[in-house]
Design a protein around this ligand. Structure first.
Ligand code: NAD
Length: 361
């Protein structure tokens, strides 16, 4: 494995490895960037074919967390951890306790949270070993389900897009087609319905789509027709890679703004949307509400503060749209530039602080 080649490719950062013989723990903590504060990001517990696959997953995801946290204005860097799920029988409690000690040994440089393959119970185990964990029980200061906050941020992002692209100050009568009405999609429909939007929905689970009809008056659209719905906004809230060579040419809407992670199958699809005159709200900019909520837990959980910070997603999306239209640059690139500007500014101010100018003799 070209270890340092991978680190260079993802522009690292620190990577920590732990192998605990007693429990069989094999874990990687990737800290992509800490210029804005301690790295925050979830811990995955999945089987991987190779150690290299696990490393690349951690590196890729931690880098994404740096960008999401920075653009959301959080005092956090990006981190992610991966516990390689043992193929043989294992003691989950012992394994997570060993992982908790690994996190604790980093002294707060990395703060962990739930991710694929982990849940509240695992976070509770970690909490017994380290304080550098979020997503614990609400009764003990946890921040609870992030989905309503993610949905709130997406609704604000849609409002910003509607303002920028359609010149409208309200969602009253705006038609939004939502792909996937699971945790976030359901709460998003609720937000949009309250704001007076008209809804079309599609979900592989017909019961979820029917619930959106029953509760919000949504029209159910066949799965393969959701992107061509004649509407104002497409909101991808299902899986990644929803925006690709098949779906983009069929989009009628002028705006794409939804919660799903990694919506662009490839970066060039961001160029395709731009070329078609479709305003795309970069996924990590618009779906940061859940992370904002979790970050609030680190400070001492306060739902009102988390809500207030999530509402700021409106300003971020508006600025991205504005800079994109002024420079003719696709929005996904503008978002990256805004992050890189923030990180460079922190580096400059840290350098100034480290070498203060000498007073005149
Ligand atoms: P979820 O699994 O609860 O919901 C996804 C929904 O999409 C499900 O109802 C599923 O049936 C449906 N679906 C799957 N494939 C589909 C398809 N081809 N067409 C239509 N519907 C389809 O997940 P979630 O927590 O709501 O997250 C949705 C997306 O948002 C994911 O990409 C997730 O990574 C991202 N996201 C979630 C959060 C959060 O707070 N939960 C935060 C940031 C990003």
């Amino acid at each position: 494995m070209d270890l340092f080649g991978h680190l260079k490719a993802y522009d690292y950062g620190d990577v920590h490895f732990s192998h605990d013989k007693a429990t069989g723990l094999k874990a990687i903590i990737a800290i992509h960037d800490s210029r804005l504060g301690p790295a925050l990001g979830g811990c995955r517990f999945l089987p991987y074919d190779t150690d290299e696959d696990a490393l690349v997953d951690a590196l890729r995801l931690a880098r994404g967390m740096t960008y999401k946290a920075a653009l959301a204005g959080l005092a956090h860097g990006g981190g992610k951890s991966v516990l390689i799920r043992p193929k043989q029988h294992f003691d989950r409690v012992a394994l997570f306790r060993a992982f908790g000690r690994f996190v604790d040994n980093l002294g707060g440089h990395y703060i962990t949270a739930e991710d694929s393959g982990t849940g509240l119970e695992d976070m509770e185990i970690l909490h017994g070993v380290t304080k550098h964990v979020t997503g614990v029980d609400i009764a003990r200061g946890g921040s609870g389900d992030p989905s309503p906050f993610t949905a709130l941020g997406v609704r604000r992002g849609i409002e910003a897009c509607v303002k920028a692209k359609l010149g409208r100050d309200s969602l009253e009568g705006v038609h939004v087609a939502v792909q996937g009405v699971g945790h976030v999609g359901y709460h998003l429909c609720n937000e949009l319905h309250i704001a007076g939007a008209k809804l079309s929905v599609a979900d592989v689970d017909p019961l979820k789509a029917e619930r959106a009809t029953r509760e919000f008056g949504a029209t159910v659209v066949p799965l393969d027709k959701i992107f061509e719905t004649p509407c104002d906004v497409i909101a991808p809230c299902a899986l990644g890679s929803a925006l690709n060579d098949t779906t983009i040419p069929r989009i009628v809407a002028k705006i794409v703004a939804g919660a799903a992670n990694n919506q662009l199958a490839q970066p060039r699809h961001g160029d395709d949307l731009h070329a078609r005159g479709i305003l795309y709200a970069p996924d990590y900019a618009i779906n940061a509400g859940g992370l904002v909520n979790v970050a609030q837990e680190v400070l001492g959980y306060d739902a009102q503060k988390a809500r207030k910070k999530t509402l700021e997603i409106y300003d971020t999306i508006l600025e991205i749209a504005d800079r994109s239209s002024k420079t003719g640059t696709p929005t996904y690139l503008i978002a990256d530039m805004m992050v890189e500007e923030k990180l460079a500014a922190v580096s400059r101010s840290k350098m100034r602080a480290a070498s203060p100018s000498k007073p005149d003799a």
